[in-house]
Design a protein around this ligand. Structure first.
Ligand SMILES: [Zn+2]
Length: 299
C-alpha cells in the first residue's frame, strides 16, 4: 500500500535474519525480475505506482539477493556491506518525480550508495498487494486468518485486488485478537492500538497491509452485506477513524505500516530461493520511523 516514501535511519530489528544455502548460479538481474514479475505482475500495480527495476543492469550476474521493506540509506549500505547483488523492496525508492540524486538529499545518497556498491534495486509494490499470494495474504495468514475475497477487487479478475477479508481460526474477543496481532507481527516500539468493544467476538476480519484508510468507507459499505467484525490496517488518523466509528464501522486495529507489510518479505524470499536457488538474505534493519513510545498512567 501507499508508502510515505521517506528515508529514515534504521534501527536494529528483532525480526528474523535468514540466509539460505548458495549454489553456483549464473542468474542475472533480469532472471530475478522475470520470477518476481510472474508472481507479482506489474500490470496489477495501481496507476499512480512505480514498480520494477529502479537501478542496476539487467544483464549483471546475481549471486546474492537481499530483502527489505524500504530502501533507506542504512539498508542500501547494509546491502553493500553484505555483498548483496540485488535488493528487493516493497516500497519504490523514487515514487514521485526526482530532479536530483545529489548525495546531500536522502534519496540521492541512497541511489549513490547502491550504484557505487553495484547493487541493483527492484520494487514490487501494489502489484504485490494485489497478486495472490500477496502482501495482505501473508499478513492475514500470520494472524491466523484464512484470506478470502479482496476488499477492493481487481476489475479484470475479482479474485485479485487490494486487502483481504477472511475468517479467524478461532473466534475470540477483540482484546485478545489485538494482543495476538501485537504478539505475531514484527515488533515496533509503539505496538498496536485499536477501537471497539474489547469483549466483542471477532470471527471475520478485513486486513489491508500498509496505509488502508482509503478503504474505511468500503468497509462500512461491505459490512452491510458481508459480516466484518474488525478491520486491520496501518497509518490511521483521528478524524477518519472517528467518523468511521460514528458511521457504524466495525472495530478497527491500527498497526505500524512496517509491521503489517514486512511479513511479505519472507514470501518473496522463499519465491526467489525456490525458483532460482539463489542465496537470500533478509536485511535486519527496522525501517519503522518511530523509535520511542511512552505509556501514560490511566487517570
Ligand atoms: Zn506500504
Amino acid at each position: 500500500m501507499n508508502s510515505n516514501n521517506t528515508a529514515h535511519a534504521g534501527n536494529t530489528a528483532p525480526t528474523t535474519t535468514a540466509s539460505t544455502a548458495s549454489t553456483t548460479s549464473t542468474a542475472t538481474v533480469a532472471d530475478v525480475i522475470a520470477v518476481m514479475e510472474e508472481a507479482y505482475p506489474p500490470e496489477l500495480a495501481e496507476s499512480w505506482d512505480k514498480v520494477g527495476l529502479i537501478c542496476g543492469d539487467p544483464d549483471a550476474p546475481v549471486r546474492r539477493v537481499g530483502f527489505a521493506l524500504d530502501c533507506t540509506n542504512a539498508v542500501a549500505q547494509a546491502a553493500v556491506d553484505t555483498d548483496i547483488d540485488m535488493l528487493i523492496t516493497h516500497h519504490p525508492l523514487l515514487l514521485r518525480g526526482v530532479h536530483s540524486v545529489a548525495t546531500n538529499t536522502p534519496k540521492g545518497a541512497t541511489v549513490t550508495t547502491l550504484i557505487k556498491g553495484d547493487v541493483a534495486l527492484f520494487a514490487a509494490h501494489t502489484n504485490a498487494d494485489s497478486a495472490r499470494p500477496g502482501v495482505s495474504d501473508q499478513l492475514a495468514e500470520i494472524l491466523g486468518i484464512t484470506p478470502g475475497q479482496p476488499i477492493s477487487p481487481n476489475k479484470n479478475n475479482p479474485e485479485l485486488g487490494l486487502g483481504r477479508i477472511g475468517t479467524l481460526d478461532t473466534p475470540m474477543p477483540l482484546a485478545e485478537f489485538v494482543q495476538r496481532v501485537a504478539d505475531r507481527l514484527p515488533t515496533t516500539e509503539w505496538g498496536v492500538r485499536a477501537a471497539g468493544d474489547p469483549d466483542a467476538t471477532i470471527t471475520t476480519v478485513a486486513v489491508a497491509s500498509g496505509a488502508g484508510d482509503s478503504f474505511l468507507d468500503t468497509i462500512i459499505e461491505l459490512s452491510d452485506t458481508t459480516p466484518i467484525d474488525a478491520y486491520l490496517t496501518s497509518d490511521l488518523r483521528h478524524h477518519p477513524v472517528d467518523e468511521y466509528l460514528r458511521a457504524g464501522g466495525p472495530a478497527i486495529i491500527d498497526t505500524a505500516h512496517w509491521a503489517s507489510e514486512s511479513p511479505w518479505l519472507t514470501q518473496a524470499q522463499q519465491l526467489i530461493h525456490d525458483t532460482l536457488g539463489l542465496e537470500c538474505h533478509m536485511i535486519d534493519i527496522r525501517t519503522d520511523p518511530w523509535n520511542l513510545a511512552a505509556k501514560q498512567a490511566t487517570k
